[in-house]
Design a protein. Structure first.
Length: 138
């Protein structure tokens, strides 16, 4: 029994640190998420986040986060850029209604470092779905 517990704990110490170091690069890459894939509530409108892309002008210290939000129903979206301390730096919000919406969040005077982009979606029933993207700005 003691050997099984020790083996289990050793496995945790190996697996957890290696999974915590994963982060996405700030290069353009296609992303597609669906509410159906991530939650059990069939009443939340189906949606996708496509062409998530981070572009930056390092010399001008500017960054732009872009993506297309598609939905088959009415959704309110709130997109925020947060620093390493989880403080909101910049945000944008709006609605998408049974179509697609191009979303662009621009930030000037950016500092190099790790950031988090949070996309919150709210339906008519006030149910919320959140997606987080970890990015690195140079």
């Amino acid at each position: 029994m003691k050997i099984a517990v020790i083996t289990f704990l050793c496995t945790l110490f190996i697996v957890i640190p290696s999974s915590a170091t994963f982060s996405l690069t700030p290069k353009p890459y296609p992303v597609w998420f669906s509410a159906v894939d991530y939650q059990d509530n069939d009443n939340f409108p189906e949606f996708s986040i496509e062409d998530f892309n981070v572009q930056q002008n390092v010399a001008g210290r500017e960054a732009e986060i872009k993506f297309t939000l598609k939905s088959n129903g009415l959704l309110y979206y709130h997109v925020s850029l947060k620093d390493k301390d989880n403080e909101e730096i910049k945000d944008i919000s709006g609605f998408v209604n049974s179509n697609s919406q191009y979303v662009s969040l621009k930030k000037t005077s950016t500092q190099p470092g790790e950031y988090k982009v949070t996309i919150e979606l709210v339906d008519n029933n006030k149910m919320t779905v959140t997606r987080n993207y970890h990015i690195t700005l140079n």
